[in-house]
Design a protein around this ligand. Structure first.
Ligand SMILES: Cc1cc2nc3c(=O)[nH]c(=O)nc-3n(C[C@H](O)[C@H](O)[C@H](O)COP(=O)(O)OP(=O)(O)OC[C@H]3O[C@@H](n4cnc5c(N)ncnc54)[C@H](O)[C@@H]3O)c2cc1C
Length: 376
C-alpha cells in the first residue's frame, strides 16, 4: 500500500497552492462581497492547463489524473470556494459529459476548447420540479427535420452565463437524452441574478429553452441513455465536491489555529484552553479523514475500478466535515467570527452549498445505504 503522492501529483498540488495564495486569495473576500465572477483568474487557470486537467492532451487537456484534479480543487477552494465551485462544475459537470459520451467530432469541436479554457462549460440537470429527483425532468426534446427542438427551464446552473455550451438533459421519446446546447442557440436565454447565501462569486443561472434548436449531431451518446449518463457524471462530480469540502475544512482549521495562538482571554492565549484544543483536534482529524476519503475515491477512479459508493461517502463526509469545521471556526473566533473582517463566516456560508449541490446529504445516504443493503 502506497499513500505517497507521485512527483507529478505533488508538483501540481504545490503549483496550484502557490497560484491560489498569490493570485486567488487576495481578492476572494471582496469578490464575495461584490459577487464578481473571477473571469480573468479562470482564464489564467485555463492557460495553466487546470481547466482541462484530467482530460487527455488529444482533447485539449493536460493528461493529469483524478487525484491531481482533486488536489487542485482542494487548493483553490482553500482560499476561494466560489472559484473552486466554478472550476469543479466546469471540469466535472461541463467537460466530463463530452469526454465520457461525446463522439470524436463533438470532443474536437467542444471539449477541446473548454479544456483549453477558451470558454467555460455547464451542465443543466436541475429543474423547478426536478431536483433530487432529477429523472423527473419535464424539459422536452422534439425531433425536427434537421435536429431537435428543446423546451424547458433549468435552474441553479453553475457557469451557464459564460459557458460556450451547456449540456442539457431532456425527455426524448420514451427516455431521457442529453444534448449539447451551444451559447447563442436560438431560443436559449440565460439569467444569472440569484441572490445567494454563499458561493457568491460563483455564477449561478436560470437557463430557459423555448423551442431551442440544436442540430441532429448535438445529441450526446446513445439516445435515451441520459439518465444513466447523468448518474455517472454525478459519481465523478462528487469527488470534486468532496475536494471542495476538504479545502474549506482545511481553511477553517488554518484560521482557527492562527486565531487561537494570538487571541488572549483570562491572561492566556485561546490555545491554552482545553475546550479550544479539543475543537482543533476534532477539526484536524476530520480534515485528515475527509482528504483520505476523497483521494481514495479519486485513486479508485484512476484505476478504472468501481468508485461510486466511495465517492458518495467522500462527498457526504467531506461536506459535513466542512460545515462542522466552519461552525467551530466561527465559534473559536467569538464575536469577531461573526464579522466580515475574518474569512470564517464566508467559509460557513460557502460550506452549506456542499451539503446541497450534486446530490444532497440525504441523497448521498440513499446512494450509500442502497449499495450496502443491496436494496433499491
Ligand atoms: C449554488 C448552486 C449551484 C448549483 N449548480 C448546479 C449545476 O451546475 N447544475 C445542476 O443541474 N444543478 C445545480 N444545482 C442544483 C442542485 O444540484 C440541487 O439544488 C440539488 O440537487 C437539490 O435539489 P433541490 O434544490 O430541488 O432540492 P429538493 O430535491 O427539493 O430537496 C429538498 C429537501 O428534500 C430532501 N429530499 C428530496 N428527496 C428526498 C428523498 N428521496 N429522501 C430523503 N430526502 C429527500 C433533500 O435532501 C432536501 O433536503 C446547484 C444548486 C446550487 C444551490
Amino acid at each position: 500500500m502506497d499513500l505517497d503522492l507521485s512527483h507529478e501529483q505533488r508538483m501540481i498540488r504545490d503549483t496550484v497552492r502557490e497560484f491560489a495564495r498569490e493570485v486567488v486569495e487576495p481578492g476572494a473576500s471582496n469578490r464575495d462581497e461584490s459577487g464578481e465572477i473571477p473571469l480573468a483568474i479562470m482564464q489564467e487557470m485555463g492557460q495553466m492547463g487546470l481547466l482541462g486537467l484530467p482530460f487527455p492532451e488529444q482533447w485539449g487537456g493536460s493528461g493529469g489524473d483524478t487525484v491531481s484534479y482533486a488536489l487542485a480543487v482542494e487548493e483553490i477552494s482553500r482560499v476561494d470556494a466560489s472559484l473552486g465551485l466554478g472550476f469543479a462544475a466546469h471540469v466535472s459537470l461541463g467537460c466530463s459529459p463530452l469526454y465520457l459520451f461525446g463522439s470524436d467530432a463533438q470532443k474536437s469541436r467542444y471539449l477541446t476548447r473548454a479544456a483549453r479554457g477558451e470558454y467555460l462549460a455547464a451542465f443543466g440537470l436541475t429543474e423547478p420540479e426536478a431536483g433530487s429527483d432529477a429523472g423527473g425532468t419535464s424539459t422536452r426534446a422534439q425531433e425536427t427535420a434537421d435536429g431537435f427542438s428543446i423546451t424547458g427551464t433549468k435552474i441553479f446552473i453553475t457557469n451557464a452565463g459564460h459557458a460556450g455550451y451547456i449540456v442539457v438533459t431532456a425527455r426524448h421519446g420514451e427516455g431521457i437524452s442529453s444534448f449539447i446546447v451551444p451559447a447563442g442557440t436560438p431560443g436559449l436565454s440565460v439569467q444569472c441574478n440569484y441572490r445567494k447565501l454563499g458561493m457568491r462569486s460563483s455564477e449561478t443561472c436560470e437557463v430557459r429553452l423555448d423551442d431551442g434548436h440544436v442540430p441532429a449531431d448535438h445529441i450526446l451518446g446513445e439516445p435515451g441513455h441520459g439518465f444513466r449518463q447523468f448518474l455517472e457524471i454525478l459519481d465523478g462530480g462528487r469527488i470534486s465536491i468532496g475536494a471542495l469540502g476538504v479545502g474549506i475544512a482545511q481553511a477553517c482549521l488554518d484560521a482557527t489555529v492562527a486565531y487561537a495562538h494570538t487571541r488572549r482571554q483570562f491572561g492566556r492565549t485561546l490555545d491554552r484552553f482545553q475546550a479550544i484544543q479539543f475543537k482543533v483536534a476534532d477539526m484536524a482529524m476530520e480534515v485528515e479523514l475527509a482528504r483520505n476519503m476523497v483521494l481514495k475515491a479519486a485513486w479508485l477512479k484512476d484505476q478504472h475500478r468501481p468508485f461510486a459508493t466511495e465517492a458518495a461517502m467522500a462527498k457526504l463526509f467531506a461536506s459535513e466535515a466542512a460545515m462542522r469545521a466552519s461552525l467551530q471556526a466561527v465559534q473559536v473566533h467569538g464575536g469577531a467570527g461573526y464579522m466580515r473582517d475574518f474569512p470564517v463566516e464566508r467559509y460557513m456560508r460557502d460550506a452549506k452549498l456542499l451539503e446541497i449541490g450534486e446530490g444532497t446529504s440525504e441523497i448521498q445516504r440513499l446512494v450509500i445505504s442502497r449499495a450496502v443493503l443491496g436494496v433499491r
